[in-house]
Structures are given as C-alpha cells and as structure tokens.
Design a protein. Structure first.
Length: 398
C-alpha cells in the first residue's frame, strides 16, 4: 500500500503549539481521543480497517528528520527543549487501536496526552485518503481543478472592487478532510501562485515549509477542554488555559478560540487583561455575523480599538461565505478566513466529503466536552457531565 503519511510535518501547526504548551505545563495528563464520522459515507468505513491498520503501522515507524527539526526550531515561538523532545519522539502503536463493528469504523487513541494528541490529524488524513482512493480519481480531479480555477478567479476579481479598510486574507485549513495529500499541495500551490495578494498561508506545516508560506494556527478545542480535568475549578478552566498560553508564548500566537463553552461564556472570562494580551479571536460554531458583532461589542465595552484586533473565521466556510463576512466586517476590524473542506475536498456534486472528527473525550479519567454554539457539534457520552458543564456556565441546552 502506498503510504498516506510520509512526514511527521504533514499536520496542522496548532498540534505543535498545543503540544509544546501541554508538554511544558501538564506532561503527566492521561487522555482519550475518539474517532467519529458524523455523516453517512458512500460505503461502510469498516471496509477500510485493514488499510487503516497498515497506515497506522507505517505512521508509527516515522521519526522527525534533522531538516524537519531544523524547520520547527526556526519558528520563533518553538523552544529548543521541545525540539529535543521531538528528536526522540515516535508514535507508539500500543496507544492507538482501530476496529470495526458492523459498518462502523472505530479508532481510539489512549495514553499520555503528549504521546497521543498528535494522532488526531494523521488519523483523519489517513481515513480520508484511503476512502477517496476508491472513487473515480480522473473525474474527481477534473471537477476539482474546474472549481479551483473558479475560486482563483473570484479572488482575482477582488482587485477590481472597492477596497475596504482591512485586506481580505485567506488561509488553507484543509488538511484534516482533504481529498488527498497531493491534491492539497496542488490547491495550496495554485493559490500561492495565482492569488498571493489574498492567500496568506496554510495550517499544514509541511506545505508551509516546502512552499515558503507562513504556517498558520494557535489552539484547538482539545487544549481548552484539557483544562476541565487539570485540577482547576471547572468555572475557571478557560481562564487557566488562556493564562498558561500567555505565559508559554508571551505575545506570539495570539488568536484565542472562543466556543468551547459558547461565545457568551467565553466573553465573560475574556476580561480586559486577556483582551489586551490576545491579538484576536477565532470563530468555529454558531452564526458568524452574530458572533462577530458580539466580539466587536465586547472590545467596544472594554474601550479597545477593534482595528488593532483580528477576527478569524473557520467554521465550514466556503469562499462565497468568507467574502460575505469580509464585506460585513472589513471596514471595522482586521480579518482572516480559514477555509478547509471547501478548498481541499471540493471535487464535484457527486462527491460528498466525509464529516469526520477525532476528539478528546476524556482527560485524567474524567469526561471533557465542548458546548458548541452549533447543535450537533457537542461530542461527549456522559450526559451527567454535560448537564453539570451547562449549569456551571449557565448555557441552555440546544
């Protein structure tokens, strides 16, 4: 079988930034990550089990190479002792298990968080690529290239329109649900070549290195969720996570994720101290316009000039939606748009992407969860804990 993953850099930047923070501050945490497919695939994912196991075997044989370590170490917010850890790091096959039940594919990674958290993006990329290897590749790529050319034309048309106060900035966030690694590379290369004025980077560390782009990313839900089980009072977990981030990065990587327990509960914790220390906020669930208006109102209430801050949108975006949000907010604050599936897996009307995730579900033996602003995005099998979390943060059940 042709390997899906050939480099441990072929993952999202925020896996490294969260990894470093948790290694330095909570290296003893035990965790469990669970794979879930949220939509109905064209054929049962259980059929992929032998190939998934072979791909995981190969992944666990990989090590960071000297040139990869040199690149990671060149990022100014990465510390030398973390690079030393990566130098000896290798995924342990005993920490991840895949099996089939009926037509369902199950994958669970369980063990020390600093040894299993990295599996997430690789597992999603592996399942996606193995799944789409069974489709008609020439037809899918032909449709994909047509749609990619149309997106490039849309971006190039921005240069002929009236400019807003802040520029449109697009990022590739499409690794986890990409059609294939080769296709993601083609998409990113095309945008970087044809629309460099608007295309400003990728979350894929390997592509950022190879193509001379800026690697993009700060934190994901798993970072904040971990703090629900790290010994602080539950009501204070967001503040503890944000404080540790500030201490770790001291001004770098300043975009905070807002929807672990909903935007309202986040803003209640995001006081003047944090609002001044963080460069901006990232949206990942709920109505993006309503979320942006709440963010701007919060900055106004704190008497912070919103033009000095950035709002990053990354929830199920396509280019049309991103441009709509840009027109709405572009004169009022700095913006960024991270587009995933609609960049790297937009391969035609008869080609439905998988809606797959691999989420942190337990830490230190207790459940953790997010209370998403979008119904259906919550992933937790402990209803008692969910009810308690809602009560603590006064979040109504959706």
């Amino acid at each position: 079988m042709t390997p899906v993953i050939t480099s441990l850099l072929d993952t999202d930047l925020y896996k490294f930034t969260m990894w470093q923070a948790l290694l330095h501050r909570h290296p003893q945490t035990q965790s469990e990550y669970r794979f879930v497919c949220r939509n109905t695939p064209a054929y049962p994912l259980a059929e992929l089990l032998p190939e998934v196991n072979a791909a995981l075997d190969h992944l666990c044989s990989l090590r960071f190479t000297p040139d990869e370590l040199a690149y990671v170490g060149s990022l100014r917010y990465i510390k030398s002792d973390f690079v030393d850890f990566l130098r000896i790091f290798q995924f342990q096959r005993s920490f991840i298990r895949a099996w089939a039940e009926g037509g369902q594919l199950h994958i669970v990674a369980q063990g020390p968080q600093v040894h299993v958290m990295g599996f997430e993006i690789f597992v999603l990329a592996i399942v996606n690529e193995l799944y789409f290897r069974r489709v008609d590749a020439p037809a899918a790529l032909a449709h994909g290239r047509e749609r990619l050319a149309a997106k490039v034309q849309q971006l190039q048309a921005l240069g002929r329109q009236a400019t807003l106060r802040h520029p449109f900035e697009l990022f590739d966030f499409g690794l986890r649900r990409r059609y294939s690694g080769a296709w993601q590379r083609e998409v990113v290369q095309t945008f970087a070549r044809e629309a460099p004025e608007w295309f400003k980077g990728t979350s894929n560390v390997l592509l950022a290195r190879d193509l001379g782009l800026v690697p993009i990313g700060t934190m994901a839900h798993e970072y904040l969720q971990s703090y629900q089980a790290l010994g602080v009072r539950l009501r204070d977990f967001q503040k503890a996570a944000l404080e540790d981030w500030v201490q770790e990065y001291r001004g770098d990587l300043g975009i905070a994720l807002t929807d672990t327990v909903g935007m309202d509960a986040f803003l209640a914790d995001f006081d003047l101290y944090f609002a001044k220390l963080f460069d901006g906020l990232r949206h990942d669930s709920g109505d993006p316009v309503a979320w942006g208006e709440k963010a701007l109102a919060h900055y106004a209430k704190l008497r912070i000039d919103a033009h000095t801050k950035r709002l990053v949108f990354s929830d199920g975006l396509n280019l049309d939606r991103a441009l709509m949000l840009y027109r709405h907010f572009g004169d009022r604050t700095q913006l960024g748009f991270g587009i995933g599936t609609h960049l790297t897996n937009d391969m035609g009307a008869h080609h439905t992407p998988l809606n797959i995730v691999m989420k942190l579900v337990r830490a230190n033996g207790q459940p953790v969860a997010k209370l998403s602003d979008t119904p259906g995005k919550t992933l937790c099998d402990d209803e008692t804990y969910l009810a308690y979390l809602r009560q603590v943060f006064q979040v109504k059940e959706t």
